[in-house]
Design a binder for this molecule. Structure first.
Ligand code: ADP
Ligand code: MG
Length: 461
């Protein structure tokens, strides 16, 4: 008998898969899939996509990871079958299921949660490469993970963008939960903390006291991981609320881990009382990695991607490591881009191929790319006005460039999803994520779009 695959199971499978491959591959190849049904008797599980290229890649490269993950989740072996169906056929398949929102929906929600609250399974200690630049931060993070609220409380980690702060923080969370699943570990970006607080305060005005449940939520955890604290600087109400949260947790001997892009003393607009609390215990920095560490990180990524590490690939890794020095996110993204391109163009990775396809990295210069400059460039390209891009107009002539601009913002800036949404006329972050996924999947089959985006990126640089 066949039955539909339930959402929860699919999300579990996705999260299992994401442990074993990189974020880019996960987003590109797995997120767009639709789970169809499972046949218990025949032990077959069916998935569909309207993109035959994607199906090809999955069949050729990822089927064993896929089947292993299904087995882990169901506790039983199934054969994974990928069906090439049109969007309409997929819709038809789900017709009549009242409780089923369109499948796209729940995946978007899931990945949104993943981003803002949940621990990314790939960000663990095993995948964290230790070098001279981060060994202190790594050591104290591990110590905290082993004995939360005993050794170093609070733990404050700071360093530039893309240097592994969020990764370390999630690693602490996983480690603690693995050893003690009953502990309440909460990860939150300070941006989310702020926006949740604002929502709670607004609700209070309307009579319901959401603020109490907000307080309770944050003050009843065993471990609070709060990311990018610099964001609350100068936001008075948030600072006050966080101050009380901090005090309560500290008093009850709960672990607090904080990250920031700066040393606490450099958070000049922050309430002095918070600034001093942040320095009550350990303040650890992360510096940009040296060349050897950069190479080690890239090698590790290549292994995660299951690509063969031969001399040609090592040349490319060395080349990228020479060029990209200050941001590990960019370092990784250069490598994953080359890997994706080599699959798309069915070409072997070597120095020549890398030079051709990573020309942005090799044209040096200090670019300051922001959502604003991206919007401007995209508007120019498609002949629309910035106001139209930021408006709520839904005609394709506006919505398409808008989605492209959102995609590029996510690719080329460090802005968070909510922040990108905000710069597009205050849109929700799920809208940004949807736009990103849509353009990313279209890119794989639409050469003219790929061309447009490449031109825009070149203009920006
Ligand atoms: P930050 O929060 O400091 O901006 P992230 O933690 O988001 O940086 O890291 C950016 C990317 O670089 C992530 O994909 C992360 O896995 C990777 N990364 C950072 N540091 C390391 C490391 N030491 N080893 C392996 N990957 C790393
Ligand atoms: Mg971060």
């Amino acid at each position: 008998m066949k039955k539909k695959i339930d959402e929860k199971k699919w999300n579990d499978i996705l999260s299992e898969i994401s442990k074993n491959i990189t974020e880019v591959s996960y987003r590109t190849w797995f997120s767009p899939l639709t789970p169809l049904e499972i046949d218990e008797d025949a032990q077959v599980i069916y998935f569909a996509s309207s993109n035959d290229f994607l199906i090809d890649i999955l069949k050729n490269r990822y089927i064993s990871i896929f089947e292993k993950s299904v087995e882990t989740i169901y506790g039983k072996k199934y054969k994974v079958v990928l069906k090439d169906k049109t969007e309409e056929e997929i819709e038809d398949f789900f017709k009549g299921d009242k409780d089923k929102k369109s499948k796209k929906n729940f995946i978007t929600e899931e990945s949104e949660l993943r981003e803002e609250y949940y621990l990314n399974p790939r960000y663990n200690f095993d995948n964290f490469i230790v070098g001279a630049n981060n060994n202190y931060a790594h050591a104290v993070a591990l110590a905290v993970a082993e004995s939360p609220a005993v050794v170093y409380n609070p733990l404050f980690i700071y360093g530039g963008s893309g240097l592994g702060k969020t990764h370390l923080m999630h690693a602490i969370g996983h480690y603690i939960l693995q050893k003690n699943p009953s502990l309440k570990v909460l990860y939150v970006s300070s941006e989310m903390f702020t926006s949740e607080l604002i929502k709670a305060l607004q609700d209070k005005k309307a009579g319901t006291s959401k603020i109490n449940s907000f307080k309770k939520k944050y003050r009843s955890v065993d471990v609070l991981l709060i990311d990018d604290i610099q964001f609350i600087e100068g936001k008075d109400a948030t600072e006050v609320e966080f101050f009380h949260t901090f005090n309560t947790l500290y008093e009850f001997k709960k672990q607090i881990v904080i990250t920031s892009d700066r040393h606490p003393s450099q958070l000049k607009n922050l309430d002095e009382r918070l600034r001093s609390r942040f320095q009550w215990n350990i303040v650890a920095d992360i510096q940009p990695p040296d060349f050897e560490t950069r190479v080690a990180i890239l090698r590790n990524k290549a292994e995660l991607e299951n690509v063969e590490i031969d001399d040609d690939l090592m040349d490319v890794i060395n080349l990228i490591a020479e060029k990209v020095k200050f941001n590990i996110r960019e370092l990784e993204s250069a490598l994953t881009r080359i890997i994706s391109y080599s699959m798309v163009f069915k070409q072997k990775i070597n120095i020549k191929f890398a030079r051709k396809n990573l020309n942005d990295i090799f044209s040096t210069g200090d670019f300051n790319i922001t959502c604003e400059s991206i919007k401007k460039e995209v508007c120019k390209k498609y002949g629309i006005k910035i106001t139209d891009m930021e408006s709520s107009k839904r005609k394709r002539e506006f919505s398409y460039p808008r989605q492209i601009a959102m995609y590029i913002c996510r690719e080329m800036t460090d802005s968070s999803l909510p922040k990108i949404g905000k710069s597009f006329g205050g849109r929700d972050h799920t809208t940004v994520l949807h736009a990103y996924d849509k353009i990313a999947s279209e890119l794989k089959t639409n050469d003219s779009l790929a061309n447009d985006i490449m031109q825009i990126k070149n203009e920006l640089q």
